[in-house]
Design a binder for this molecule. Sequence first.
Ligand code: PLP
Length: 370
Amino acid sequence: MQHRVILTVDLPTLASNYRAVRTIVAPCAVMPVLKANAYGLGVGPIAHALVAAGAPRIAVAEPFEALALAEAGVPIQILSGILPDEIAPMIEAGVTLPLVSVSSAKAISETARRLGRTAVCHVALDTGMGRAGFLWQDAPAALRTLVSFPHLAIEGLFTHFPLAYEGASAFTREQLRRFRLVLDAAHALGLRLKWIHAANSDAINNAPEACAPPFNLVRCGINLHGAFDAAGSLRVPLRPVLTMTTRLAQIRDLPAGTPIGYGHTYRTRRPMREGTVCAGYADGLPLALSNRGSVLVRGVAVPIVGRLSMDYLTVNLDDVPEARVGDVVTLLGRDGDAEIPVQDWANLKGTHAYDIICSIGSRVAREYRG
Ligand SMILES: Cc1ncc(COP(=O)(O)O)c(C=O)c1O
């Protein structure tokens, strides 16, 4: 017996996407962003594959994600925010911390002193994201205070782009200008910064100036999984990493005029061979696939009919008379010449690839190729 719905992550392809990003941004290094359990795909095997591919460090969002990577063998850094009660355990674990305000930096320095440690930190600079960190206007003065805290080792300065998919738009260029002003101020204070970073996947693809000196690091999440933000364009040659499959549970011949599923949103116009497929919105399939999406059976795209329910969806199998109960059904990925990319679901749901990948259900078994 095996799990019904299986998400297979192709680790060699993931590593090749990592190398493709690295080639495009060289000489910048590439830091995988593996927050939220590597966007829900399973951080352990993915981190292992990326470290083997040469990732020099890994970024996460919060402390438990950092602790999960304690054995990864590379520095782990928390992006964009730290709570007071998180500071001591993270210093003890040797996690690199974000500096987001003078008061938080002071607390980090004092905690490090109490623990007999030095806290390695990156200064988070808000050049226009409007979310967290030092406002760029305040940063030069704040840096003067930060360098006076004796138990901080400030090794990085970074910012984040809200609109990088637009390419070298006026706003992104203005963010770069603001960043350089603060970087000059940091250099004038004698700060020796090992890592200077701004670009995420959007910027890697659309804003090459954020992947060149003075920057020497990019932060990459969604591109590693072969997906990208369709609001922009794609510079890196990426290959899809995910395949999601399930099984065919039942096949029935329905007469014309049979209503199907909750809400009776579909009614057969003529006799139809119906397939009942073991996957629903509990597995992370968007409800928006109802009557609009398709799945692959024996390499053929067959339309979803009726509304998805929690555990099952129904398809029209008229084009695949050879289908049998137990057949593998491909929900995402390739079967023969046919393919359903993550972006198709994102388009139908009116969202982006991040939302689709992060929404894959906890019931779905994660398996890893390679
Ligand atoms: C600060 C920061 N940097 C980088 C990333 C990685 O983004 P992406 O998956 O678009 O590469 C994120 C993710 O949202 C982030 O919050």
